[in-house]
Design a binder for this molecule. Structure first.
Ligand code: MSP
Length: 514
């Protein structure tokens, strides 16, 4: 069995899921769906991080008991992931008992391994980042560069994890796993950070009354502090499947938390005798209409409102066509509308509706590859995109490049239609046969494009399944594991001739009129 375990970060449960969370979850979803189509059994975990001190404050701002507040937030997140059709298979709320028990067990394991000790210290702490700051990480005015606030000076006695002990192991891990972190430039930053010096980090905080966080197993007066708690949720979420699915194949997150995943996490796993995840993918940040925002500034655009208006397909196409995964980008609402109207409706949907309308009206009942017609195209492009599905999308994570190639083929088909003018060919007996073949060929091309978009344009995917009624094509479902799909993607991709049963009632010129 080929298996694949992919995760999103567990998002802080201080408010509803926002557009940036949606971005990470949609990216994870594209890869999960692609892997399913390539016949992997996929575990995909997500959800919320609740053991955070700020939750208490947020709950009291809302005049709620803490658990009532967290349940409310969990429901909001669940709704967002439902609307966005995120195909996660398991979720974790870190307030769950199973998680508390597991974290306690792991801490004891690390302690037995001599990696946890008590220490009194003074430190600089940024509340916004929820992490300590070294002086050289601050701006020249001693501010946190992300939050532009002065970190607090704190004297405390807490338990520490001996990260420093793992310096050599971490360096060896990086040497032996050259693709551990994508993209390379982030990996280089991490390597440079590790090369300087790894400091031990604190894993507990003093327990306060009403503190609902995980009790520190070595000391009743302490609770487990953030990263130890959050990161191990990736294993808790697997429950009994941990033996099969751990180590994770891919953790996805933004640049803000790559350090914790690439440095702290492997050391913690080594200490507790777990295997190391295979790959980490760190995407950039994006602003909205040029406004810089961070997770503590809640100037939110609601992903639910967006998908209600523009469909999930519109959102996903824009995000991954326009924003380069590795870099910081901008979500520009005007550009988004433009992309949606001109490319998805004007380009893709226009092609589908023109071809299927003409075919339905004239009784065309199959799609077929005519090699000589394909030869008029740039054949290389088609062959490349097949390869790209496996490499660019699910291995190199070049979403933008993939979508660009895909859209280029859409436009080539539209141009073919324009150049060949099948509607004029029908008028003469001489060209009538050619005209039918044009339509059959275009239906074949639509099938290829449709399969290649099956992991991101999932709403249009379902629509097309209904329009071109064909049992093999209809059997594909990217939400389900491979054994539930009767046909393999490759088999349908290679199908050179296939019957269809166009359902005229399902044809619309514009999907928004539906
Ligand atoms: N709870 C921790 C993660 C623990 S993982 C074991 C956390 N939560 S968070 O709610 O702050 O979510 C951070 C993640 O949200 C980022 O890694 C990224 O996936 C997403 N984003 C938050 N702000 C973002 C942008 N401005 N742009 C893109 N994605 C960003 O950290």
């Amino acid at each position: 069995m080929k298996k694949y375990y992919i995760t999103t970060p567990i998002y802080y449960a201080n408010w509803a899921a926002h557009i940036w969370h949606a971005y990470t979850s949609l990216m994870t979803d594209i890869i999960a769906r692609s892997k399913r189509l390539l016949w992997y059994k996929v575990k995909f975990t997500s959800w919320i991080d609740e053991n955070w001190q700020k939750m208490m404050q947020k709950a009291s701002e809302e005049n709620m008991e803490i658990m009532e507040f967290l349940d409310w937030i969990a429901a909001k997140h669940l709704l967002a992931w439902e609307k966005l059709k995120i195909s996660y298979t398991d979720y974790i709320r870190t307030s769950e008992k199973r998680h508390h028990e597991f974290v306690k067990k792991v801490i004891l394991k690390c302690y037995e391994n001599w990696d946890i000790y008590k220490w009194k210290y003074e430190w600089l702490y940024c509340v916004g980042c929820e992490s300590y700051k070294k002086p050289d990480e601050l701006t020249p005015d001693w501010l946190c560069p992300d939050h532009l606030k002065k970190p607090e000076k704190i004297v405390e006695e807490n338990y520490f994890f001996k990260l420093s002990k793992y310096q050599k192991d971490i360096e060896n891990l990086y040497k032996n796993t050259p693709n551990f972190v994508a993209p390379d430039f982030r990996f280089n930053e991490i390597k440079a950070f590790v090369a300087r010096w790894l400091e031990d980090f604190s894993v507990s905080r003093k327990w306060n009354e009403n503190d609902f966080r995980i009790k520190f197993p070595l000391d009743k007066t302490h609770v487990v502090y953030i990263w130890f708690d959050a990161l191990f949720s990736y294993i808790t979420a697997l429950d009994w499947d941990a033996d099969t699915f751990w180590p994770a194949d891919l953790h996805i997150m933004a640049k803000d938390i790559i350090k914790f995943h690439a440095i702290f996490w492997p050391a913690m796993l080594m200490s507790a005798w777990y295997r190391i995840p295979k790959n980490l993918l760190s995407h950039g940040y994006f602003t909205v209409d040029g406004q810089k925002m961070s997770k503590t500034i809640w100037n939110v655009i609601d992903p639910i409102e967006i998908v209600e208006k523009y469909w999930r397909d519109g959102l996903i196409f824009y995000l991954f066509y326009d924003i380069i995964v590795w870099n910081d980008g901008d979500f520009n609402q005007d550009r988004f509308k433009g992309v949606y109207d001109s490319m998805l409706l004007g380009g893709w949907w226009n092609l589908v509706s023109r071809v299927s309308n003409l075919a339905a009206k004239n009784g065309v009942s199959k799609g077929k590859l005519y090699q000589e017609k394909l030869n008029k195209f740039d054949n290389k492009l088609i062959l490349d995109i097949e390869k790209e599905f496996e490499t660019n999308l699910t291995w190199k994570y070049q979403f933008q490049q993939y979508l660009q190639s895909w859209y280029e083929i859409v436009q080539i088909c539209n141009k073919y239609m324009q150049d060949e003018q099948p509607w004029t060919k029908i008028k003469s007996e001489e060209t009538k046969q050619d005209w039918i073949e044009d339509l059959e060929f275009l239906l074949y091309m639509i099938k290829q494009l449709w399969l290649l978009s099956s992991t991101f344009l999932i709403e249009w995917f379902e629509k097309l399944q209904n329009i071109l009624w064909n049992s093999e094509i209809s059997s594909i479902n990217t939400e389900k594991d491979w054994w539930l799909n009767e046909w393999k993607l490759k088999e349908i991709f290679d199908m050179k001739e296939f019957n269809i049963n166009l359902v005229p009632g399902l044809l619309y010129n514009r999907i928004s009129e539906d």
